[in-house]
Ligand binder design. Structure first.
Ligand code: NI
Length: 171
């Protein structure tokens, strides 16, 4: 178990397509997931994708209990999601402020689909399928984007709604 270095925007690995996991029970994969949880916890993150620590595999983790980075946020179940597939439900989208551990100190207003269904497998190989909405759906969309080399600023519609959090949210 270890806190790993988080790659920052500008690192070309963050722009790559990650590969599907083939062996859920590989010891490397279990170690990767432990490191991801340690790394996410050390930064108070809401989620982390394997490419953010330089591993180009389709693994994301997320979970929000009481999180100082998102004080008003709804909670999200702590989840390991391997080889995720997303299905967008309906056309409704909503804008929301996002941050990313690979883009420290910044926030951007990003439209996301309001409702999604996602499935994949967990770290034991059990199938996971859920419907999600609101912040939960946003977190999953954000993390799964990382697996396709997409960072949230690429989805900002009005770039004026992107900046440093200590400037943006000054009352
Ligand atoms: Ni991110």
């Amino acid at each position: 178990m270890a806190v790993r270095k988080i790659l920052k925007m500008g690192n070309p690995l963050l722009l790559r397509q990650a590969e599907p996991v083939r062996d859920i029970h590989a010891p490397d994969l279990q170690a990767l997931i432990e490191d991801m949880f340690d790394t996410m916890a050390a930064s108070n993150g809401a989620g982390l994708a394997a490419p953010q620590i330089g591993v180009l595999q389709r693994v994301v983790i997320f979970g929000v209990e009481a999180n100082p980075r998102y004080p008003d946020a709804e909670t999200v179940p702590t989840t390991v999601l391997i080889n995720p597939q997303l299905e967008l439900l309906g056309d409704a989208t909503e804008p929301g402020w996002e941050g990313c551990l690979s883009i420290p100190g910044m926030r951007g207003l990003v439209p996301r689909h309001l409702r999604i269904r996602y499935h994949g497998v967990d770290e034991q190989g059990n199938t996971l399928q859920r419907e999600a909405e609101g912040f939960h759906a946003r977190v999953v969309q954000h993390e799964c984007d990382h697996l396709d080399g997409i960072l949230y600023p690429f989805r900002i519609e009005d770039v004026r709604m992107f900046g440093f959090e200590d400037e943006l949210f000054v009352p």
